[in-house]
Design a protein. Structure first.
Lengths: 503, 476
């Protein structure tokens, strides 16, 4: 059924055009919200077509579309997905649908522009994940900044202007080096196709410079310590939807960038510099874990926990070189990459759920200070059940998706170096500490004040929003195979690319 | 034996000259009673010239004893100059009227200045080039000075005139040195002489220094940029728009004819000079623009940084680089037109919307035009999917292809710095509350054309291929 339909193009342009129509509908129409919801829902359902039509036996790009775009420079409108990008696209469509649902009654100020920004954003993010042409990738990679900049700046908190400018300039600074790197790769490979970049021969020096450029670009996005400082600011000031998209998807673009660009294009440099990236990742896991412990603002706590969790992703991606050095079999390396991927997907859902949960509280109390809460479970029992569940998942409770990714990466890390695994495993303690302590202070105990006493439990919309996420988190937690199967061939292929020296 | 030169190659210029004389006569006989006629006549002149240019596209060659050229480059640039100036006149009309500046003289000066630009574009001889340059410049000096009772404008005009004259002097001096060494003023003969190795390279490079200084002055490249912010700031906004848009296209033609066609074999000499100019322009332009609270002044410094980018394409010395620079120039003209057009749109009787704060809360007062300004600002900052991004992409690609990685790095880092002040305009429009509220005074034609202008920046960002291809063909 999907064979003749240019599915990826539809997934990209349907929400973008939907966003434009939403702006034109204006704020007054009753039609606006159902329309936005419809577009997001249709896009999500269509994106499931990627999963059902996906052939998991091959690492080749699927659903490929290739049309000339800028002929002078041989730039193509070239799309396709493999086992890495396909799950991330589905993550994107699900998150966007939830953001639209979350905005329903909450956004009163210019709702048409708010919904339009997220729909356009959705199309751009899907395009980033499916672009196979370097210029196409870069165009969408950068274009994403515009809606997010406006979302934080218009609908954000009191300090939003500072936060959004910092966010924009930080990420823009990172990505211009990516542009230079891509143009340099075009110069040596005489093509703008990302897959051609994978095979071009490069000297070690060239690879190191390229890797550093990729590192600046993607480390800011991930974000890795020490270029993470924009994230807590952006998260705290962003509206709920902005935080969800930021945490669930834009951070993943950093991890995806490492998978798509850094590792296959510069394997020898990655080998030479893996100690550096592993060190940064471990600092993120351990140090940022402690920083999260000290937070008094709910969103800031989740933001720091995101940085710590994303540390696992970069750790998983770069320990493969140590595993190759130690073990004769590649099974540990497969575990590491797949663990990183599962961690990305799982963190996407869990962080989205956490931010939505904070949003639910914020809509009622208009504060994110942990000290303003206490005993919420007494007045919002249903909500508290969800929140505690997501907090457990965030802490890596077995049976939730949070456990799978972290466990796989830690297991793989043992094959690389005992101390890597040891330090990474501290997250099981730290993560549990900061999340559960937060849960205790916000949800349990006596009702802290009259505001909490006056809280009303979640309505049906919020219930289904959180329940759907809970189901997904649980499903991946107990049965991750459907997710692992689709990426397996791509992971194997990546490992052969990485293990072959380009020198 | 005397040969009748091929007049057809200069038909657009002759048409424009004839029409300029007609306009002059109409102005002389009707005084200030019939400015609407004069306005219509000027637009008609520009339109007719553009049509003639398009009509005779293709066939080309040298004429008037090899002093004049018609080629694809000249056709494209002339077309753009005419179209850009039509928009300039359109955008300026209401603004000038409100300030009693909508007089016949303005249109006479505008048409003669356009004629000067067309001559510059087609000049294939250093004296022809100089002739066109002076015709254009003298008209511009007078335009800036038209607001006689304004001290700032008069000061700007004086500054422009004196520094412009110095630049012309430098250029003439450089030309005379080149003439002294090669024995010719015609571009192709100079190129032949240089290729044959006639003349001392040291003296030639000495001459090139003065040529580059002259061109740098006209472009406003650092360190020859001092006049630019003051003139942009001091001149009435309509005049600023006129100076900022089309003359840069003509200046591009000048640098191409001089360096890329006449002195291409001495590229190793002028490349280093242009690298200095480009790098300094990008740094100074972008850094100083941050400190500006006046939008016109900010755009002046932003122009300086754009000139730096444009020179990057030229200095690479490849066909690809020249077409990249051409693409950049055209996109730049389009963006500048839109940005100053927006100031003109928001200005009204007794109020100049020239401070950044005047744009406060624009998204609540005028959501549509705030969106247009947003497109223009993001495009100037070089954020895809807007045209400004592809302009930067092509020039950066051009320098990377000739292994000037450091220049490329300076370019991208300064463009991050530059993003800050463009973002500030967007911040003011979208994140701040409005201070004042007022209706737009401009006519609907202007509103539609300004919207079309901004949407074109977006459209060229989504399908940049066609214009890029044209720019490549021109240099192929």
């Amino acid at each position: 059924m999907f064979a003749e339909l240019p599915l990826l193009s539809v997934l990209i342009w349907l929400p973008i055009l939907g966003g434009v129509v939403a702006i034109m509908l204006g704020d007054q129409r009753d039609l606006l919200k159902p329309f936005a919801l419809g577009i997001a829902a249709v896009t999500m359902l269509l994106s499931f077509g990627l999963y059902t039509g996906f052939d998991s036996n091959t690492h080749q790009m699927q659903f490929v579309e290739k049309l000339p775009w800028i002929e002078t420079f041989n730039i193509f409108y070239h799309l396709g997905v493999d086992g890495f990008s396909m799950p991330l696209i589905i993550l994107t469509t699900i998150s966007t649908l939830l953001v639209v649902v979350a905005a329903w009654e909450v956004i009163q100020h210019r709702p048409s522009q708010y919904l339009a920004a997220f729909l356009i954003m959705e199309g751009l993010m899907i395009a980033v994940f499916s672009a196979l042409d370097a210029v196409l990738f870069y165009v969408f990679f950068e274009a994403m900044l515009i809606p997010l900049f406006l979302v934080i700046g218009i609908w954000g908190g009191p300090n939003r202007v500072y936060a959004t400018l910092k966010f924009f300039l930080y990420t823009f600074f990172g990505s211009v080096f990516l542009l230079v790197a891509l143009l340099y790769l075009r110069h040596v490979s005489d093509s703008f196709a990302i897959l051609d970049f994978h095979t071009v021969a490069l000297s070690l020096d060239e690879q190191i410079w390229l890797l550093l450029a990729f590192l600046i670009a993607f480390a800011v996005k991930v974000p890795m310590w020490p270029v993470h400082t924009w994230l807590p600011d952006a998260h705290v000031e962003a509206p709920t939807g902005g935080s969800v998209i930021l945490a669930a998807i834009t951070l993943k673009i950093g991890g995806y960038g490492f998978l798509r660009f850094a590792l296959p294009i510069a394997p020898d440099a990655s080998l030479a510099l893996d100690w550096f990236i592993i060190t940064l990742s471990l600092i993120a896991v351990v140090y940022i874990g402690f920083v999260a412990l000290a937070q008094t603002d709910l969103k800031k706590l989740i933001a720091y926990s995101s940085i710590a969790h994303m540390g696992f992703v970069t750790l998983g991606l770069f320990i493969v070189f140590d595993i190759f050095a130690n073990a004769s079999t590649g099974s540990g390396a497969v575990l590491a990459i797949e663990g990183a991927m599962v961690q990305m997907i799982s963190h996407g859902f869990i962080s989205a759920a956490m931010f939505l949960a904070v949003g639910v509280l914020y809509d009622r109390m208009h504060t994110r200070e942990i000290s303003a809460y206490g005993g919420v479970v007494n007045t919002m029992p249903k909500f508290a059940a969800f929140a505690v569940f997501f907090a457990m998942a965030n802490a890596g409770l077995p049976g939730t998706s949070g456990f799978v990714g972290e466990f796989m990466v830690i297991l793989a890390a043992f094959q690389a170096n005992f101390w890597f695994a040891f330090l990474a495993a501290t997250t099981l303690i730290l993560g549990a500490a900061y999340t559960l302590w937060m849960v205790k202070r916000v949800f349990f105990g006596e009702v802290a004040n009259n505001d909490v006493q006056a809280l009303s439990d979640i309505n049906r919309r919020e219930f289904w929003m959180l329940a759907s996420l809970a189901v997904i988190v649980l499903l991946i937690g107990v049965w991750p195979d459907p997710l692992l199967d689709v990426m397996h061939a791509s992971v194997e292929h990546l490992l052969t690319q990485v293990s072959q020296s380009k020198l | 034996m005397f040969q009748v030169p091929n007049m057809l190659f200069a038909l657009p210029e002759m048409l424009m000259l004839g029409m300029a004389c007609v306009i002059l006569l109409v102005v002389a006989f009707t005084g200030s009673r019939r400015t609407a006629w004069v306005y219509g006549l000027s637009q008609l002149t520009l339109l007719a010239t553009a049509v003639v240019v398009v009509w005779f596209i293709g066939e080309g060659g040298l004429t008037f004893a090899d002093t004049y050229i018609k080629d694809n480059l000249s056709d494209l640039l002339k077309l753009f100059i005419c179209v850009v100036n039509m928009l300039v006149l359109l955008y300026s009309q209401a603004y000038l009227k409100a300030r009693q500046l909508l007089q016949g003289e303005f249109f006479v000066l505008a048409v003669f200045s356009t004629l000067g630009m067309l001559i510059m574009v087609s000049a294939y001889h250093m004296l022809t080039l100089y002739l066109g340059l002076e015709l254009m410049s003298l008209c511009l000096y007078a335009m800036v000075a038209m607001q006689r009772d304004s001290g700032v404008a008069t000061e700007a005009a004086m500054k422009y005139f004196i520094l412009g004259s110095i630049a012309s002097g430098m250029l003439l001096y450089g030309m005379s040195i080149i003439y002294g060494v090669t024995g010719s003023l015609s571009m192709n003969e100079i190129a032949l002489a240089v290729a044959a190795g006639n003349g001392d390279e040291t003296i030639l490079s000495f001459g090139i220094v003065f040529l580059v200084i002259g061109v740098g002055f006209k472009f406003g490249a650092v360190p020859f940029h001092m006049w630019l912010p003051d003139v942009y700031h001091g001149a009435p906004t309509a005049m600023t728009l006129f100076i900022a848009a089309a003359p840069k296209i003509a200046a591009f033609a000048m640098i191409i004819r001089l360096l890329a066609e006449g002195l291409i074999d001495l590229q190793h000499h002028w490349q280093d000079m242009l690298v200095m100019l480009a790098v300094l322009s990008m740094i100074v332009g972008n850094v100083v623009a941050i400190a500006q609270s006046n939008l016109k002044r900010m755009l002046a410094y932003s122009t300086i940084s754009h000139v730096g980018f444009l020179l990057m394409g030229v200095l690479s010395g490849t066909q690809e680089g020249f077409s990249a620079a051409l693409f950049y120039t055209l996109i730049y003209a389009l963006m500048t037109l839109g940005a100053f057009g927006m100031i003109l749109l928001l200005s009204r009787q007794g109020f100049e919307a020239e401070y950044i704060d005047d744009f406060k809360g624009l998204s609540e007062r005028q959501p549509w035009f705030a969106l247009m300004m947003l497109i223009l600002m993001f495009s100037m900052a070089g954020i895809p999917p807007l045209a400004g991004f592809y302009a930067k992409l092509t020039v950066i690609k051009a320098v990377i292809d000739v292994d000037l990685l450091l220049v490329a790095l300076v370019a991208v880092v300064t463009s991050v710095i530059g993003a800050f002040y463009y973002l500030r305009v967007i911040k003011v429009m979208y994140f701040d509350k409005p201070l004042v509220d007022h209706k737009l005074e401009a006519g609907s034609t202007m509103q539609i054309m300004l919207s079309a202008n901004a949407l074109m920046v977006l459209g060229l960002g989504i399908v940049p291929g066609i214009l890029m291809k044209i720019c490549t063909i021109v240099f192929a």
